[in-house]
Ligand binder design. Structure first.
Ligand SMILES: O=c1[nH]c(=O)c2[nH]c(=O)[nH]c2[nH]1
Length: 325
């Protein structure tokens, strides 16, 4: 039985590696929905998980033979030091560079997976010497909101290395749209207590991943075909604003179609969404359009879906329900 059937793997999680003054990401194509033009990379802060596999490690599990074990502590050092050697400008590029370096360094490793989060540090403003307020090039504000992600799985093959899987993404984007959302027409039977709603506030958590038609385009070496998660986020908020949503299921489909239309270098986009829509407490406030809401009860609904390029071929964008601002 091969090691893959045994589920053999080991690695290190939560490897924090913060680099100052990485090469800036510049020259991305701008889109109408976003002010994003690039990343200064003055601070490039990552949290990486590495997983390695291979038949060579079987005896470390079955016999306690550590002679071929790369200590996970060494893996942590390897990742951190390679952040000092990386001369590109993106998380995807760093993971690709480091995965290849692992396979170069340890010939008995068969597969390497690297999953990375780019920790978000936002710009701040500061009065400079001539009393003008400018973007600070020294002070950044850590944000615990949405952030970029990337994933790479690299396998040793007879030809060298094979890229098995590569994804880029955006994690934990939490968006509330205060009105302009309905949810109706669902099954009504003896288990149904939820009323139909023609205008609910919709609070969604979105995590999404996208893949490229040509994987090397994910690395950011050619910024004109690189898709920045900041642009995807701004496109999502814009489409959410414009779309009269019928359900989260339909919202993520519309978002996926718009993302693939806006970024021709992408192959598909996969969503994991959660419904955290607030409960209504006060419906009528005199002389006001306002209402009072509270957090929903703990169970939450979720959806998963992958939108592919064929979907936008089949359905021209104008036909996708939109039309509210
Ligand atoms: O957008 C939604 N989709 C559902 O499937 C669902 N189910 C539910 O109770 N509320 C919602 N909202």
């Amino acid at each position: 039985m091969g090691e893959s059937e045994r589920g053999l793997s080991y690695g290190k999680g939560n490897v924090l590696a913060y680099r100052t003054y990485l090469k800036p990401l510049a020259g991305v194509l701008t889109i109408p929905e976003s002010d994003f033009t690039g990343r200064s990379n003055i601070l490039f802060a990552t949290n990486i998980q590495v997983t390695i596999g291979g038949g060579a490690f079987l005896s470390s599990f079955t016999e306690g033979d550590n002679s071929l074990v790369v200590a996970t502590d060494s893996m942590k050092n390897f990742i951190q030091r390679h952040l000092g050697l990386y001369d590109g400008a993106t998380l995807e590029g760093f993971l690709d560079f480091t995965a290849r370096a692992f396979l170069d360094q340890y010939p008995h490793i068969s597969t390497v997976e690297l999953a990375g989060n780019l920790l978000s540090f936002e710009n701040t403003s500061a009065l400079t010497g001539d009393k003008a307020r400018e973007e600070s090039s020294l002070v950044f504000k850590q944000s615990h909101n949405d952030h970029s992600t990337a994933f790479v799985k690299m396998e040793r093959s007879t030809l060298g290395y094979t890229l098995v899987n590569q994804k880029s993404g955006l994690k934990n984007l939490e968006l509330i749209k205060v009105q302009g959302n309905s949810f109706s027409g669902f099954i009504r039977d003896e288990y149904t207590t939820l009323p139909e709603d023609s205008n609910r506030p919709l609070f969604v958590y979105l995590t999404l991943d996208w893949t490229y038609e040509h994987e090397h385009e994910a690395l950011g070496d050619n910024p004109k075909v690189y898709v920045a998660s900041e642009q995807v986020r701004d496109l999502i908020t814009s489409v959410f604003h414009q779309t009269k949503t019928k359900s989260i299921q339909h919202l993520i489909y519309v978002l996926g179609c718009e993302i693939l239309t806006r970024f021709p270098s992408l192959r598909d986009v996969s969503f994991q969404s959660q419904n955290h829509t607030w409960d209504l407490i006060v419906e009528d406030i005199p002389d006001s359009d306002g209402k009072v809401f509270t957090e929903p009860r703990p169970p939450y609904g979720f959806q998963t879906f992958t939108v592919k390029r064929d979907d936008i071929m089949a359905e021209p964008l104008e036909q996708i329900a939109k039309g509210q601002s």
